[in-house]
Ligand binder design. Sequence first.
Ligand code: FAD
Ligand code: DLZ
Ligand code: SF4
Length: 504
Amino acid sequence: ARTLRLVLGDQLSGDLSALEDLSKGDIVVMAEVTAEATYVKHHKKKIAFLFAAMRHFARTLQEKGVEVDYAVYGDPAGTSLETALKAAVKRHGPTRVIMTEPGEWRVLQMMRDWSETLGPDVEIRPDTRFLCDHETFLAWADGRKALRMEYFYREMRRRTGYLMRDDGPEGGEWNFDSENREPLPNDVAVPERPDYAVDDTTRAVLDLVGQEFADHFGDLEPFNYPVTRRQALHYLDWFVKNALPGFGTWQDAMKQGEPLLFHSHLSALINCGLLDPRECCRRAEQAWHEGEAPLNAVEGFIRQIIGWREFIRGIYWLNMPDYASSNKLQARRKLPDFFWTGETEMNCLAQAIGETRANAYAHHIQRLMIIGNFCLLAGLDPREVQEWYLLVYWDAYEWVEMPNVVGMILWADGGLFASKPYAASGSYIDRMSDYCGGCRYAVKKKSGESACPFNYLYWDFLDRNRQRLAGNARMAMMYRTLDRMGEDRKKAFRDDARRFLDSL
Ligand code: FAD
Ligand code: DLZ
Ligand code: SF4
């Protein structure tokens, strides 16, 4: 009797739990399907990246002698994961089907149904690519009033042993974030990224995506991302040597025309399985031991991966399915058109959205403090914002996108894990970037038609949400400032905000 092993598009890892005890005669099932490619209209580059990575992964398995039943896009049974799997079951008549739990709640519901509807036994295994399993996260979260990443992270440090000396953290501190907030000086050169050549397999995918998904957001080409395990390893090595040393100090910096700065650009490679988070952390830790990268960079990088990334996933599974409809601030505004076109006179937004459209990437501070900050201050509908973030980024899957949008940028969960909303006026953006110099708005101006919209939107946001936010101790100072403002200043920012928001 045969065993089928289902591998999803974001499970491209040789160590995947579903492949653990792979034996001769087993068949790996993979499928490019309409439902997954269109449940939101993903960026063309995201689909191209994933299909190319899937095809290369299947090829590698085949080269090792594994039988792979791979349905390319357009296969008559390729409507959904379910139709594709049912067709494979019909072809091969297995007695059991093994799979690894998916990243998204929506797909887990589907898999659970298959236990009843598919025929053969269905075994759903935990996704051991994550360092913290569901039970451990539940136990950690249980009974805590506030869920704070920092405490979770310290436990993860102890558990993994990364950057630990005896029982304490290397360098005597758990977190060196205070060193990681420098704007980029003019004389610091940003390293140039390697280009990965398009081979025949990827070329075929690019042609397919150009044909089938022409109406999806984003530029398909140029395409130069790594799509194989080998390339991903090569790229990890490049990052550790060339960009990791600057990753810490300039982690919050932004610079026009530099979409990557010192960021790793590894998220999509980790999320789809081409790289394991552990090997990324070990490689970074090794660079510190060998004196190739400073502690503030390596600690910061490891914290993003074993801290934020695992924590965010825990938050998602802890709170689904209700989490998706969170809207504590009752934000209802539709997404403005310029989220799709990039055409706005706010230079910081035009740059961040333009880069998103070109690359299916923006770095964390652009996602958080430019685009996210705008979504928060303008009161954009959380559902619309979630959909946008889920479809535009090459690393976006609901388990990681949703808590970042709902909890981190929009405060739509009422502060489940963020101690206060990440609201900021133009001066933050001016301090951390060079965007304002080329903007038609004046960042120093507080009101009037030429004032930076972030300035009056900031006060209007606090004003509008007083009932919901004024009780928050970390907001007290801002509310005191607001309260000291004269009526004429209040009227000015309210009028400016109304005029601006009505024009969206
Ligand atoms: P680096 O800056 O080099 O960071 C290193 C790694 O740390 C990343 O590769 C990623 O794996 C991890 N990481 C860092 N911050 C986070 C975080 N907040 N949550 C989870 N992992 C983190 N990340 C995604 O992978 N997919 C998403 O869909 C996604 N959506 C986001 C939406 C919003 C509104 C915000 C504010 C953040 C989002 N992030 C998401 C987190 C983060 O912005 C990206 O992981 C990061 O920008 C990816 O680029 P990088 O690999 O160069 O990251
Ligand atoms: C994102 C994505 C896309 C675009 N296409 C496919 C696909 O054709 N086949 C597939 O198996 N997976 C795809 N994926 C990834 C899935 O959407 C992902 O596995 C689920 O959302 C669970 O995280
Ligand atoms: Fe952005 Fe305001 Fe600066 Fe223009 S002036 S780039 S809108 S922060």
